[in-house]
Design a protein around this ligand. Structure first.
Ligand code: PLP
Length: 398
């Protein structure tokens, strides 16, 4: 048997795995052409212009209809989404405890109260049962995220919230193109948002965000908020500012990058989905203590990362040691996916401790780890992931 890398043996992948790299000549050309034209004409490129309009159209096509607003980050997309809903002042907004901090700060800044919802026992997402536990008569909206590109029980959640007249904001930042019953995530909520920062499945460059809705008035409201309340008629600024707002707009360079990226998105999600599904089956075949479980039926998951559940009763070592051994062989992983904004001191200040207990989240950290997969992986990369897991299992499986 080959000596493990953690014990000084040769790693199976000494150079690790390829990282995501989103750009090629197409992005280079489009950005260069904008700059060249700007220099030639003496007119600086701005925002809300040719490429923003093309990007909007393409994004709407990708979502099979609807309306959208481009902004400069996922966090700001949520800010403008909340503002667009005209919720009752000082009401409560429910938000997953496992998410980016950018899901909570906009709630606080707009004067609402963020109420954390624990994740389900099955996966990294909030479920209807956990949401129900936190709803009160002061709840005006619920944010639901599809973490790691895994779709939550969104159909059920959306129907229930509708019946209670509570707004649903879908966070699709990690789940571009994922589907429930062949319907894209982002179409279940009243309004939804996507982060398009550089690590996401499609990007507008360093940072960016998109707001999407089936409802024209919500996108209209969000546009007013994200562009200083400027009032446009037939795409022309009227000189009037009709409501309060910030400047969250995204520039033409970023939008242009986004237009190219959207052309690649369908192929990207096909690849991450097929790599994820293949690995899920393989882990069962090799009877590994590492498994992907707890997914909902009828979901098309895009695996921004793989959430792996480790059966702790089937290994001879700690999860920490098992994961360290995988890492030393070259696997790109994180032993704990620690993203809980409610464990930050500033947010817990002056709030009851009872509200900030997350048994499922805490339990999940003990048994789950995540593997980062990339759409540019070749067949050998995928097979090597399995080889590494097999190598570690051989040594550490009970
Ligand atoms: C689930 C989730 N929501 C919101 C955000 C915030 O997006 P941004 O970083 O673009 O502001 C992120 C960022 O990674 C995220 O992963």
């Amino acid at each position: 048997m080959k000596k493990l890398a953690i014990d000084g043996g040769k790693p199976l992948r000494p150079k690790g795995f390829p990282e995501r790299f989103p750009y090629d000549k197409r992005e280079l050309n489009i950005v260069t052409n904008i700059m060249k034209l700007s220099i030639k004409t003496g007119i600086p490129f701005r925002y809300n212009d040719k490429y923003s309009k093309i990007y909007e159209k393409k994004f709407i096509k990708f979502m099979n209809g609807g309306f959208c607003n481009l902004v400069n980050s996922g966090t700001n997309a949520l800010l403008a989404s909340i503002a667009s809903l005209k919720l009752k002042e000082k009401s409560d907004i429910l938000v997953p405890c496992l998410t980016d901090v950018g899901c909570v700060t906009p709630i606080v800044i707009l004067g609402f109260k963020p109420i954390p919802v624990d994740i389900s026992q099955k996966n990294f997402n909030v479920s209807l049962d956990e949401i129900k536990k936190k709803i009160t008569k002061n709840t005006s909206a619920v944010i639901v995220a599809h973490i790691g590109g895994e779709v939550t029980d969104i159909d059920k959640i959306s129907k229930y919230l509708k019946s209670r007249k509570i707004k649903l904001i879908e966070d699709c930042s990690q789940s571009h193109g994922a589907m429930f019953k062949k319907k894209k995530v982002g179409t279940f909520g009243d309004i939804s948002f996507f982060s398009t920062m550089s690590s996401k499945l499609h990007t507008t460059g360093g940072t960016g965000g998109v707001i999407f809705s089936k409802y024209k008035n919500l996108i209209h409201n969000s546009k007013l908020f994200s562009d200083r309340g400027k009032y446009f008629k037939n795409s022309k600024f009227t000189g009037k500012y009709i409501s309060t707002g910030l400047n969250l707009t995204i520039d033409e360079l970023s939008s242009a990058i986004g237009t190219i990226q959207l052309d690649k998105l369908s192929s990207t999600i096909k690849k991450t989905n097929s790599i994820g599904e293949y690995l899920k089956k393989k882990l069962i075949n090799i009877k590994s203590p590492s498994k992907i479980t707890g997914q909902y039926k009828n979901t098309f998951n895009v695996y921004w990362f793989l959430r792996i559940t480790l059966n702790l009763t089937k290994i001879k070592v700690s999860k920490k040691k098992y994961c360290e051994a995988l890492k030393k062989e070259g696997l790109n992983l994180s032993e704990k996916y620690i993203y809980n904004p409610f464990y930050q001191k500033w947010i817990a200040k002056n709030r009851s401790k009872k509200q900030f207990k997350f048994p499922n989240y805490d339990e999940s950290l003990k048994k789950n780890y995540v593997i980062f997969i990339r759409e540019n992986y070749k067949k050998k990369d995928v097979e090597d992931i399995i080889k590494i897991i097999k190598k570690i299992d051989n040594e550490f499986k009970k």
